[in-house]
Design a binder for this molecule. Structure first.
Ligand code: NAP
Length: 490
């Protein structure tokens, strides 16, 4: 019988067991294998999917070649009409897709519903940007020796085939941040969703198919990233890789991609700085949200809080009072604040990282216990910059606190990891804010909030080991198109 853990309709809505190849649902090749998608809280199978084989990847690329040729010749207003219908369907299906998402991912049903509620508007934003492929005129007569007989301008065209490779932690949002702008800009897309969360991707793809996306334009290849990812990334017919995931896989992509466009949204160890003139209550409230949402499995999660020593004790007390109230457990319950990690193995890794920090001299203020895939929300105080809990991405529900002696020290600690995705600062001083804006090396900087904040329209992407390029519909459409320079010789 269906339950919130194993939602009714997962199989038929998500076309589980089939691959989407060239906008058509079909059985995979004989070489493919069946894999179970597991609920990380109950351990039960949510649905079975097909892990695509090399033959399926080849079929999808061939279909995408035909699809890209067809879609780029489709006028932008026609593309727009189809995508706007997909947005409506995504809006209508929020509850069903959220139930699937929560079951396969382990995030709470409230978090899953909030994520899926952004789908329609995100598709509409991207659709609009796909109608805005402007170029510019070139003042060629300013070139010495050139007369008035030449006219120059640029035109923007789709790259062709985009491969979109997505992680498990936002199975709806991060899929749509890739496929919606790619389609809006006139590209064919091959999506490879995370192996642990393929059902949400299939359910979203169904919205586009039901909206009338033409043959060839969208494929979804479920299965192993090591096989499918390598084949897509190294294929010269694919002109753009849009990847979100770990820095390790991102580095591999840079090594085998060859000459093609890359957008890499990678890992992080995001800091939040709390200074003596901050509103401590507000800072503690924001960190209690930003460090634990989605069980800390957010690339912009607050992993580190760098606190000025004058307010260190008061801040830790204020934070502990809030974090100890958070309830971790059954994702399908409306009263749960924090669901599971994506697998029990990941929960073990996070638990071990917390214990390792304590063995190095840090103090566990609250939380940290593990039961299956659930880890109780933790605060670890006295973590040094050089410790693994600062330097390596945790991706779990724990916040590491490091004391700083002054503003310069705090900024050095904030900048002192290989990553640079996002940062936050709490202060009441405009001159401090100005310095932070100039000196913090992060792709987004939040003043009087934590890094865990995103509007879908904003440019979004990291510096340093956190990645290359920006997402957000306007930026993504720019990165998924090519500029051609045209010169008319009169
Ligand atoms: P991951 O292990 O790197 O996987 C991401 C995707 O890459 C999955 O679809 C995976 O497939 C695929 N993949 C695996 N090997 C591949 C290969 N050789 N070539 C191409 N693709 C391959 O990351 P994750 O554990 O799913 O997600 C967590 C990570 O994502 C964290 O590091 C987090 O910070 C990062 N992230 C970054 C952002 C951002 O905006 N910067 C946003 C969200 C998440 P399989 O699932 O089949 O292995």
């Amino acid at each position: 019988m269906a339950s919130a853990h194993n939602p009714q309709g997962a199989a038929e809505l998500a076309h589980a067991g089939q691959l989407l190849i060239g906008s058509q649902w079909q059985s995979a090749s004989d070489q493919s294998v069946v894999e179970a998608v597991t609920n990380p809280y109950t351990g039960q199978t949510v649905a079975e999917i097909t892990a695509a084989a090399a033959e399926d990847v080849e079929e999808a690329v061939r279909a995408a070649e035909a699809g890209a040729a067809r879609w780029r010749r489709t006028p932008a207003h026609e593309r727009s009409g189809i995508l706007l219908r997909a947005a409506e369907l995504a809006d209508e299906r929020v509850d069903r897709i959220a139930a699937i998402l929560s079951a396969e991912n382990g995030k709470t049903i409230a978090e899953a519903t909030a994520e899926c509620s952004r789908s329609g508007e995100l598709i509409r934003l991207a659709t609009f940007e796909g109608t805005q492929l402007y170029g510019e005129t070139l003042p060629l007569d300013a070139n010495p020796g050139t007369g008035l007989e030449k006219v120059g301008f640029t035109v923007r065209q789709p790259v062709g085939i985009v491969a979109a490779i997505t992680p498990f932690n936002y199975p709806s949002l991060l899929v749509l941040h890739k496929i919606a702008p790619a389609l809006a800009a006139g590209n064919a897309v091959i999506l490879k969703p995370a192996r642990t969360t393929p059902l949400t991707a299939l359910a979203l793809a169904q919205c586009f198919v039901d909206a009338g996306l033409p043959e060839g334009v969208l494929s979804v290849l479920t299965g192993a990233g090591s096989l499918i990812g390598d084949l897509l990334v190294s294929d010269p017919r694919i002109r753009k890789i849009s990847f979100t995931g770990s820095t390790g896989v991102g580095e591999r992509i840079t090594q085998i991609a060859g000459v093609k466009k890359l957008s890499l949204e990678l890992g992080a160890s995001s800091p939040t700085v709390v200074l003596p003139d901050a509103d401590l209550e507000r800072a503690a409230e924001a960190v209690a949200k930003g460090g634990y949402a989605n069980a800390g499995q957010v690339c912009i999660s607050v992993q580190r809080v760098v606190v000025h020593r004058d307010v260190h004790a008061d801040f830790v007390d204020a934070l502990a009072a809030k974090v100890s109230q958070l309830r971790a457990g059954d994702p399908s319950s409306a009263s749960t604040d924090i669901g599971t990690l994506i697998t029990e193995g990941e929960a073990e890794r996070v638990h071990d990282s917390i214990r390792d920090a304590v063995s190095r001299g840090a103090r566990l203020v609250t939380g940290g216990d593990r039961d299956g895939a659930v880890v109780q929300p933790a605060i670890v105080d006295g973590v040094r910059l050089e410790d693994p809990l600062s330097q390596q991405e945790l991706f779990g529900p724990a916040v590491a606190i490091t004391e700083a002696s002054d503003l310069d020290d705090a900024l050095a600690v904030a900048n002192g990891t290989p990553y640079g995705l996002a940062a936050g600062v709490f202060t009441g001083s405009v001159s401090t804010i100005t310095k932070v804006i100039r000196e913090v090396d992060a792709g987004s900087v939040h003043i009087n909030w934590t890094p865990l904040w995103r509007a879908d329209l904003m440019p979004y992407g990291g510096l340093k080991a956190s990645g290359i390029g920006k997402e957000g519909p306007r930026a993504a459409v720019a990165e998924m198109t090519e500029v051609k320079t045209i010169v008319l010789h009169g």
